[in-house]
Design a binder for this molecule. Structure first.
Ligand SMILES: *Cc1c(COP(=O)(O)O)cnc(C)c1O
Length: 389
């Protein structure tokens, strides 16, 4: 075969380097590995391609998960972490020093925002927040010689605002980092735009079954060597069991996203037409403020929809409590359709003005479409909406 294989095909076989003859991914649960002598022990300790030294450094199942993600991202290397926040904090604390400056967007996952606001200043790292949807704002906030890193999340929590990856990847000077959790590599590949590092909370779509907490960072071998060095001290290592679930998830990632996207398209259209709804934010709807950008940089608009209920907090509470199939739980990208009410949960630590900057109102609800029958979900959401209209 001369034609390069599609990512759908590669995902089926990826992550089996340490499999021997087993077809399915293998769980290497051992925390340490026996060396045959000093020479071999030295090789285990120093050769990062040999993941059989000690579990905080590396592990064969975790290494296989990393191979699979790097393959799909088009990256030279990846490093897995025990959570998405483990990955994000290792990138920030491993690559930035006292006196450095970071430019981050104001639309962020709430704990990423807290890391920038509450932890970075303690280490003498200044952070400037910009509107991530304005490409000029990023460049204007960069301080030559001082800005070490620009941090974007796209699509972003919770209103699915997009950062223009072509412009973001072209920023000269600082390292560019994208949290691409809402758009896994079968949908969006930031490294292709010149972005330096892409991070995922693999807890979400990549592992994809709501049964693993896992993070991963991908990029050049050179940057990953730095991150790997810090990660061993930081200690937020991925569990082999979660990494196994990560490889399991990757094999069905493309079909799951396709199905969730189909369902989300139908639900978004229904929501937009319903009188109980003020506004719907879905990158697949022409009403999305960045619809054209979404068409350019996302292969599919994905399974997440955010909407504002006209009736504010009481309508928001009623809706999330009256649905029967969809469930009120934090997280996204799994088989179960989940609703979250950001103002009372994920973003509860934010000040009113920060909530406003992030576009989160009392009636804002985020929905992660699962793999249930679309008709059943339409009926469920429809009855709950009708009851509050
Ligand atoms: C969930 C999430 C994180 C944090 O990931 P954990 O695996 O929960 O630590 C970071 N960024 C985004 C966009 C997320 O949705």
């Amino acid at each position: 075969m001369t034609k390069p294989l599609s990512s759908d095909t590669r995902a089926i076989r990826a992550g089996r380097v340490h499999n021997d003859t087993a077809l399915a991914p293998v769980l290497w649960a051992s925390s340490t590995f026996v060396a045959g002598g000093v020479e071999e022990a030295h090789k285990f300790a120093t050769d990062i391609t040999m993941p059989k030294f000690y579990g905080r450094h590396s592990n064969p199942t975790v290494a296989d998960f990393q191979h699979a993600v790097a393959d799909l991202e088009g990256a030279e290397a990846s490093r897995a972490f025990s959570s998405g926040m483990g990955a994000i904090s290792a990138v920030i604390l491993g690559l930035c020093s006292s006196g450095d400056h970071i430019v981050a967007q104001s639309q962020l996952y709430s704990h990423t925002q807290l890391l920038f606001q509450a932890v970075c200043p303690r280490f003498g790292i200044d952070v400037t927040f910009v509107d991530g949807t304005d490409p000029d704002a990023w460049e204007a906030a960069v301080i030559p010689g001082k800005t070490a890193l620009c941090f974007a999340e796209t699509p972003a929590n919770p209103k699915l605002a997009l950062v223009d990856l072509e412009r973001f990847g072209a920023i000269k000077g600082p390292m560019t980092v994208v949290d691409g959790t809402f758009a896994p590599p079968v949908v969006q590949r930031p490294l292709e735009y010149g972005v330096d590092l892409v991070i995922h909370s693999a807890t979400k779509s990549i592992a994809g079954h709501n049964d693993a907490i896992l993070g991963v960072v991908s990029g050049s071998e050179e940057l990953l060597a730095w991150i790997r060095g810090f990660a061993i001290l930081h200690g937020a290592v991925a569990s082999p069991f979660d990494a196994l679930n990560g490889i399991r998830g990757i094999r069905t990632l493309a079909v799951r996203i396709r199905r969730q996207t189909e369902t989300a398209g139908q639900l978004a259209a229904m929501l937009e037409a319903h009188p109980a709804i003020d506004a719907v934010f879905y990158p697949g709807l022409p009403s999305h403020p960045q619809y054209e950008l979404a068409q350019r940089q996302l292969d599919q608009p994905g399974g997440l929809i955010t909407f504002d209920l006209a009736g504010g907090r009481s309508a928001g509470s009623q809706l999330v409590e009256r649905v029967e199939l969809a469930q009120l739980a934090t997280s996204l990208g799994g088989p179960e359709t989940l609703l979250t009410h950001p103002a009372s949960t994920t973003h509860v630590g934010l000040l009113p003005k920060e909530l406003e900057a992030a576009g989160i109102g009392e009636g804002t609800v985020r929905m992660s479409c699962g793999l249930e029958g679309a008709d059943d979900l339409m009926a469920d959401l429809g009855q709950a909406l009708d009851s509050i209209a």
